[in-house]
Design a protein around this ligand. Structure first.
Ligand code: SAH
Length: 489
């Protein structure tokens, strides 16, 4: 399996910087299913070509799937994977050109953002749907497409054409975009069972499709085929893509996170997000309203109903609620606090703090702090919100948080939301808690017991409300406690 990438930009050897592979070396990269080799058949100032050759070891391929694979059978030994595994090529490409695909180049930071004259060649590409489909997929992205069907056997022209094409894409594009187009569209053209599709494939697709997939006329077909026709995942992905059309800034993972693969959400978290998106997408709503959106709406509605004019969001994360509060003039003063400076940096960017009009900026206080230490800056608000925060605090530290919020800050109202663990059985892929950082998740009875005890101890009344669809058996996905300070105290 071969892919070549050629540029005629001058100096053409800049391609080496962009790919992070030296033009004078031959480099091998072991994959769980074989070996990927990168070398440069030509590397001159005027023209430079990098080649990625993938040799697939069919035995390793089968082993790498593991026993849990749903399609474990002899057919895996007897197939065309080793010769034309274009979806495996996509996996190898993602691994070998990871940094290039993310659009980063430390040595020459200006390079990744510059479109280059490029030619991508794939001499034998499985293409279910023929040359026509290859054109429908690549032309809307600005590529000039040459796709020639390959005859089954030169000696027997009457056998007709195989399902392989010789594909050449030419055009001017940023290299990262070109690699992401291939990463998503090669498995789509192949449409074989390429590897076990994990729930986090939705995230990978959304990330690789950033900036081009949501506007692609064939995004339905691309999404369904990429996700191996798993219709639930495809619906989730399409709902998220539909949101992207309107809310690109809000919905995309911030680019900074790409630098830290260790921070990537794990499969469970993604499973919950997928399931949450599905849940939100139910009920005939034209666009999927994810659980996080419904949670935010529930909190906003409650704050309005309580007549709060000043609100502090404790553990504000990336500032989604803070932004929504600022957008409503009735909230005259808005506070946002979080222990994570990374979260606050992202919040500042998403809120466009540097460009915020003065009158809006004057209503906002955003600061770093820890909920387990008394802090004067938390006082003086009508209401405080703890949205999906308490479950991130170690149980032995929870008493400190209670004192800080209910005894010292002491707002008129406190809104607390937290997962209802009983609902977790409704998440198909989930095997533990909903997020790797959760220290606990409570049943409705456990949350009620905690909240009732805290209310009694600090002079508050508490009422409970479901957030999300209230399942008759296991309750809603999120539970909310609404605390109101006693008049006397
Ligand atoms: N409220 C946001 C974020 C929830 S994630 C939302 O609903 O989208 C939990 C947040 O709580 C994280 O941003 C985390 O940094 C913050 N957090 C966890 N422990 C904290 C503590 N002790 N003090 C302040 N913030 C904390």
């Amino acid at each position: 399996m071969l892919l070549t990438i050629t540029t005629t930009a001058r100096p053409a050897t800049d391609l080496g910087f962009l790919l992070h592979k030296h033009p004078e070396r031959v480099q091998e990269f072991g994959q769980s299913f074989g070996t990927a080799t990168v070398f440069y058949p030509e590397a001159g100032d005027e023209r430079c070509t990098a080649a990625l050759v993938l040799e697939v070891d069919p035995i390793a391929l089968v082993r790498s799937r593991g026993k849990g694979s749903p399609d474990f059978s002899l057919s895996q030994y007897v197939n065309d994977r080793p010769y034309a595994a274009s979806s495996l090529l996509a996996v190898a490409l993602a691994d070998v050109f990871r940094t290039a695909r993310a659009g980063r180049c430390r040595a020459r930071p200006e390079l990744p953002g510059t479109p280059l004259p490029l030619e991508l060649r794939l001499p034998a590409l499985p293409c279910r749907g023929g040359p026509g489909l290859a054109r429908r997929l690549f032309e809307p992205l600005g590529w000039e497409v040459a796709a020639q069907p390959i005859v089954l056997d030169d000696g027997f022209p009457e056998w007709g054409e195989s399902r392989y094409v010789r594909l050449t894409l030419s055009g001017s594009a940023r290299l990262a975009d070109a690699l992401n187009h291939l990463y998503v569209l090669l498995p789509v053209l192949d449409d074989g069972k390429h590897y076990w599709i994990a729930p986090d494939e939705v995230d990978k697709l959304i990330r690789a499709g950033e900036g081009w997939l949501h506007g692609h006329p064939e995004r339905g077909l691309i999404t369904r085929r990429y996700l191996g026709r798993r219709s639930k995942l495809a619906r989730t992905a399409l709902a998220r893509l539909a949101e992207l059309g309107d809310e690109t800034e809000e919905q995309l993972e911030p680019a900074v996170e790409e630098d830290a693969p260790a921070d990537e959400p794990d499969a469970q978290e993604v499973a919950v997000r997928d399931a949450e998106a599905r849940e939100g997408a139910g009920g005939g709503a034209p666009k999927g309203r994810s659980l996080s959106v419904r949670r935010r709406e529930a909190v906003l509605a409650k704050l309005e109903q309580l007549g709060a004019a000043s609100v502090i969001d404790l553990g504000c994360g990336q500032g989604e609620l803070v932004g929504a509060l600022l957008a409503r003039p009735r909230f005259a003063r808005v506070g946002g606090m979080d222990v994570s400076s990374m979260a606050l940096t992202i919040a500042a960017r998403k809120l466009r703090l540097d460009r915020m009009p003065d009158n809006r900026r004057a209503r906002l206080t955003l600061f770093q702090g820890a909920l387990t230490y008394t802090d004067k800056r938390l006082s003086g608000y009508d209401a405080a919100v703890l949205m999906e925060v308490i479950e991130h605090v170690d149980p032995p530290r929870l008493a400190a948080l209670e004192r800080v919020v209910f005894a010292h800050a002491r707002p008129g109202h406190v809104l607390v939301t937290t997962p209802n663990i009983e609902h977790n059985v409704r998440y198909e892929f989930l095997t533990g808690l909903r997020h790797p950082d959760h220290r606990f998740e409570w049943t409705r009875a456990e949350f009620a017991a905690w909240a009732t005890r805290v209310a009694g101890q600090y002079g508050y009344q508490v009422a409970f409300e479901p957030v999300g669809d209230d399942d008759p058996e296991v309750g809603p996905p999120t539970q909310m406690g609404v605390f109101t300070r006693d008049q006397r105290s």
